[in-house]
Design a binder for this molecule. Structure first.
Ligand code: MTE
Ligand code: HPA
Ligand code: MOS
Length: 775
C-alpha cells in the first residue's frame, strides 16, 4: 500500500496516527466545557421565545399580540414587519421566512419572537397570541406530494445504459415499494443563539452551529448589513449531526433581529419540544423499485423512483436527494440503471442534513432489493452482495461516471466474514431457529461505500491560522466546528506533528468568522480532511521559515532540519523548540501563518448528474445478530462486528468512537425512532417521552469494532479517511438481521413486508404477514 513519502518521514513525530483523548474530554466529564448557554451573560441580557403556528397550512391577515405584550416580564415582540433586512434564512433557495408573513406552512412555523426578562416569562407569553387562520389544504406525506405534483425543486434523474431493455431480457424480476422513516437529530444541546450588539451597527452572535459563515451571512442579510458587521463564534456544540448545518440560522437571525431592535443582548434558547416542532429532520423516503437479475443473483437492470419528504421549503433537500441518487449503487456495479428522485413539498418541518445526508436513504433501497433477491433465489444474501460488488479493473464505474479506483470492499468483507465467524454462525442460527418456535434469530452482513466530499464542488475548501507565540506555545484557529466528533483533536495532532511538538503545547480557539473567512459548513464528513490540510499548510509554512532560520544560525541544509521531540534538530545540534522560536522572533521571522486547502480533482454536472463528485470512497461492513420475540415483536441486538476503513487513521480512539456512535445512531433510525404526525399535521413525537432514541441498554453486549488496515489511495491528510458519516450505514445489518429473523417464521420462503423503522409493532405486523402468506 502507499508508504509515506520521504519528506513526511523526515518529520515523523508521533502526534498523528496514535490514539489520543478528545482535546476536551476532561472538561466534558468535569462539566467545565463551555457551551453557548454557559457563556457568562452580559449585563442587560434579555431572553426570547418564538411564537409558533398551530396550523399546517393557512393564511392569516394579522396576529393579535395584545395578550403577549401584556404578559409578565415582556419587553418587546417582533414580527416579519419588524425585520430591518431580508425575511429569509434559507441556505440555497430563498424560500425560508424567518417569521411567517401572511402564510403558515407547517405546525410549528415561527410567526414572531417575544423578548422578556426571563426565559420562562418569554415562553409563557409566546403562547398567548391569537390568530385568525384561514385554513388551506395540507399535504402531509411524500406520497401525497408526488401524487399532487407538489415539489420544492424539479425532480432529478440519473440514467445509464438501457434499463428498460435489460429489464425485459432479465430472467428474474422483483418489484416493490419501501418506506423508510425520517429521524430527529436529537443533539443533546438544543438550538441556541446569543446575540450581542456592538458599536456602529456591529453584531456578535455566539451560537451552536456547524456553519458560522452561513450564520454570518443570514444575520447580515436580516439586519440589512454587510458581512463585516457581523461576527459569529462557536467554541463547540453539544452535537449537531447535520441539524445545525443550515437550521441554526433561524435562531441566529431571530435573536439578532431582537438584539438590533432593542440595542440589548438577546438569548434565544430552544426548549426541546419547540426545537423538535420547529426544525427539520432526516428526510423520510418512499421508493418504488423494479429490478431484473440473473440466476446467480447478478443485477442486470435497476430502476428506482424515490420521493423524499422535503417539508415546506427547499433547505438542503436538493443536495440530499443528489447524494441519495449517488449512493443507490452502494458497493454494487449497476450496468443498466435508472434512478429518479423528487423532493416532495409537504406541510411539515423543512427537512435538512442528518449524518449521511441522503446517502443512507439511497443505499438502503438497493440493500432491500438484494435482500429480496437472495430470498427469492434461496441464496445467502452475502453471496448475492458479493456477485454484485464493483470490480477492481472492470465493472468499476459508478452510474454517475466516477471510476471506483480505491475499491477494498472484497478484502474488507472477506476479513469481516472470517473474523466474525459468519458462516458458522449462520448454520448455528438455522439450527437454533429449527428448535425455537417463538424466539427467532437473524443474521446479516451489509457493506458500505460512501463518497467523501461535499457534492457541491465549491464547498470543498478550508482555511486555518496558526500562531506560534514567542514562548513556543501554539494557537490554532480553523474554519471547522467541534461538535464532539474530535475535529479539534485531529487538527491539533496535525499541527503538533508538523512542528514536532507535543500536543500539550497546542491549543485551539473557538471558530470565529473574524479569524478565518468564508468557511464551509463542517459537514459531509470532510471537517478533518479539509481543515487538517489547511492547518498543515499553515504549520508547514512556519516550519519552513524556522528551518531556513535554523540553517542560517547553525549551518547545514534547511531541508535536513528535523522537528521532533519538542526540539529542532539542525546540523548536529538539538535546540528546544521554544528556544529556537525565541531566537527567530528576535531575528524578525514571521511566526504565524495562514493556510488554505481546496480538494483537487472534483467536478460535477448537475444537469446530467455526471462527474467526479467525490475525492475518494470510504468503505466498511458490519455483521449483526439479533433475536426476535415473534409473539411481541420485541428484539435484541446480540452481537455486532464492525470493520471500518478509516484509511491510515489520524486517531484510532476517536475513529472507533465515531464508528460506535454512528452505528447505534443508525440503528435507532432504522428501529425505534418513529416520527409521527397526526391528521392535522402536528408532530406528536416531540420529546423523548414519545420519540425513542437508543439508550445504553440497546447497545449490544458483544460489540466488536475494528479499523481496516489501509492507506487512502488519494493524497488526503496523512492518508486518513473520513469517519463522521459513513458508519451510520453499517446498522443496515441490524435491520436486515431483524428481517431475516422474521423471515424464519416462514422458513425463508416469504419476503417480510418490513419498512423502517422496524418498531416492535412493525415487526409484529411483518410476522403476521409472513405467517399468513406461508400458511
Ligand atoms: N459526532 C458527534 N459526536 N457529534 C456530531 O454532531 N456529527 C456527524 C459526525 N460525527 C457528529 C459526529 C456529522 S453529521 C458529520 S458531517 C461529521 O461528524 C462532521 O464532522 P467531521 O467532518 O469533522 O467528521
Ligand atoms: N453533505 C453535507 N452538506 C452538504 C453536502 C453534503 O454532501 N453538499 C452540500 N451541502
Ligand atoms: Mo453532516 S449531515 O454532513 O452535518
Amino acid at each position: 500500500m502507499n508508504q509515506p513519502t520521504a519528506p513526511e518521514l523526515a518529520n515523523a513525530w508521533t502526534a498523528v496516527g496514535v490514539a489520543r483523548p478528545h482535546e476536551s474530554a476532561a472538561l466534558h466529564v468535569l462539566g467545565q466545557a463551555t457551551y453557548t448557554d454557559d457563556i457568562p451573560e452580559v449585563q442587560g441580557t434579555l431572553h426570547a421565545a418564538l411564537g409558533l403556528s398551530t396550523r399546517p397550512h393557512a393564511r392569516f391577515a394579522s396576529i393579535d399580540l395584545a395578550a403577549v405584550r401584556a404578559s409578565r416580564g415582556v419587553v418587546a415582540v417582533f414580527t416579519a414587519q419588524d425585520i430591518p433586512g431580508l425575511n429569509d434564512c434559507g441556505p440555497i433557495i430563498h424560500d425560508d421566512p424567518i417569521f411567517a408573513d401572511g402564510l403558515v406552512q407547517y405546525v410549528g412555523q415561527p410567526m414572531f419572537i417575544v423578548v422578556a426578562d426571563t426565559h420562562d416569562n418569554a415562553r409563557r407569553a409566546a403562547r398567548l397570541a391569537r390568530v385568525d387562520y384561514e385554513d388551506l389544504p395540507a399535504i402531509l406525506t411524500p406520497q401525497a406530494a408526488r401524487a399532487a405534483g407538489s415539489f420544492v425543486l424539479p425532480p432529478m434523474k440519473l440514467e445509464r445504459g438501457d434499463c428498460q431493455a435489460a429489464f425485459e431480457r432479465a430472467p428474474h424480476k422483483v418489484k416493490g415499494e419501501l418506506y423508510v422513516g425520517g429521524q430527529e437529530q436529537f443533539y443533546l444541546e438544543g438550538q441556541i443563539a446569543y446575540a450581542i450588539p456592538r458599536e456602529d451597527r456591529g453584531m456578535l452572535v455566539q451560537c451552536s452551529t456547524q456553519h458560522p459563515s452561513e450564520m454570518q451571512h443570514v444575520v447580515a442579510h436580516a439586519l440589512g448589513l454587510h458581512s463585516h458587521h457581523v461576527t459569529v463564534e462557536c467554541r463547540r456544540m453539544g452535537g449537531g449531526f447535520g441539524g445545525k448545518e443550515s437550521q441554526s440560522a433561524l435562531w441566529c437571525a431571530a435573536s439578532a433581529i431582537a438584539a438590533a431592535k432593542l440595542g440589548r443582548p438577546v438569548k434565544l434558547r430552544a426548549d426541546r419540544d419547540d426545537d423538535m416542532l420547529v426544525t427539520g429532520k432526516r428526510h423520510c423516503f418512499h421508493y418504488e423499485y423494479e429490478v431484473g437479475y440473473e440466476a446467480d443473483g447478478r443485477i442486470v437492470a435497476a430502476r428506482v423512483d424515490m420521493v423524499s419528504r422535503a417539508g415546506y421549503s427547499a433547505d438542503l433537500s436538493g443536495p440530499v436527494a443528489t447524494r441519495a441518487v449517488c449512493h443507490f449503487d452502494n458497493t454494487y456495479y449497476l450496468s443498466d440503471v435508472e434512478i429518479r428522485a423528487a423532493c416532495g413539498k409537504t406541510n411539515t418541518q423543512s427537512n435538512t442534513a442528518f449524518r449521511g445526508f441522503g446517502g443512507p436513504q439511497g443505499a438502503i433501497a438497493i440493500e432491500y432489493v438484494i435482500d429480496e433477491i437472495a430470498r427469492n433465489l434461496g441464496m445467502d444474501a452475502l453471496d448475492v452482495r458479493r456477485v454484485n460488488f464493483y470490480g477492481r479493473d472492470t465493472n468499476n464505474v459508478t452510474p454517475y461516471g466516477q471510476v471506483v479506483s480505491d475499491n477494498v470492499i472484497h478484502e474488507l468483507v472477506a476479513q469481516l466474514e472470517q473474523d466474525s465467524g459468519y458462516r458458522a454462525r449462520r448454520a448455528a442460527i438455522a439450527e437454533f431457529n429449527r428448535a425455537s418456535p417463538v424466539l427467532k434469530k437473524g443474521l446479516a452482513l451489509t457493506p458500505v461505500k460512501f463518497g467523501i466530499a461535499f457534492n457541491v464542488t465549491h464547498l470543498n475548501q478550508a482555511g486555518a491560522l496558526v500562531h506560534v507565540y514567542v514562548d513556543g506555545s501554539v494557537l490554532v484557529n480553523h474554519g471547522g466546528t467541534e461538535m464532539g466528533q474530535g475535529i479539534n483533536t485531529k487538527v491539533m495532532q496535525c499541527v503538533a506533528h508538523e512542528l514536532g511538538v507535543d500536543m500539550a503545547h497546542v491549543r485551539i480557539s473557538a471558530t470565529d468568522t473574524s479569524k478565518v473567512a468564508n468557511t464551509s459548513a463542517t459537514a459531509a464528513s470532510t471537517g478533518a480532511d479539509l481543515n487538517g490540510k489547511a492547518a498543515q499548510d499553515a504549520a508547514r509554512k512556519i516550519r519552513l521559515r524556522l528551518a531556513e532560520f535554523a540553517a542560517t544560525m547553525y549551518g547545514g541544509d534547511a531541508a535536513a532540519v528535523r522537528f521532533a521531540d519538542d526540539a529542532v534538530h539542525v546540523n548536529g545540534n538539538c535546540i528546544p523548540f521554544p528556544e529556537l522560536v525565541q531566537k527567530a522572533y528576535l531575528a524578525r521571522v514571521q511566526l504565524w501563518s495562514d493556510g488554505f486547502y481546496a480538494t483537487p480533482g472534483l467536478h460535477w454536472n448537475p444537469k446530467t448528474m455526471n462527474g467526479n463528485p467525490f475525492s475518494y470512497f470510504a468503505y466498511g461492513a458490519a455483521v449483526a445478530e439479533v433475536v426476535v420475540d415473534t409473539l411481541t415483536g420485541e428484539w435484541k441486538l446480540l452481537r455486532a462486528d464492525v470493520l471500518y476503513d478509516a484509511g491510515r487513521s489520524l486517531n484510532p480512539a476517536i475513529d472507533i468512537g465515531q464508528v460506535e456512535g454512528a452505528f447505534i445512531q443508525g440503528m435507532g433510525w432504522l428501529t425505534t425512532e418513529e416520527l409521527w404526525w397526526n391528521g392535522e399535521g402536528r408532530l406528536m413525537t416531540h420529546a423523548p417521552s414519545t420519540y425513542k432514541i437508543p439508550a445504553i441498554s440497546d447497545c449490544p453486549h458483544d460489540f466488536r469494532v475494528a479499523l481496516f488496515d489501509n492507506a487512502n489511495a488519494t493524497d488526503s491528510i496523512h492518508r486518513s479517511k473520513a469517519v463522521g458519516e459513513p458508519p451510520l450505514l453499517l446498522p443496515f445489518s441490524v435491520f436486515f438481521a431483524i428481517r431475516d429473523a422474521v423471515s424464519a417464521v416462514g422458513r425463508h420462503k416469504v419476503n417480510p413486508p418490513l419498512n423502517a423503522p422496524a418498531t416492535c409493532e412493525a415487526i409484529l405486523d411483518a410476522v403476521a404477514a409472513v405467517e399468513a402468506k406461508a400458511a
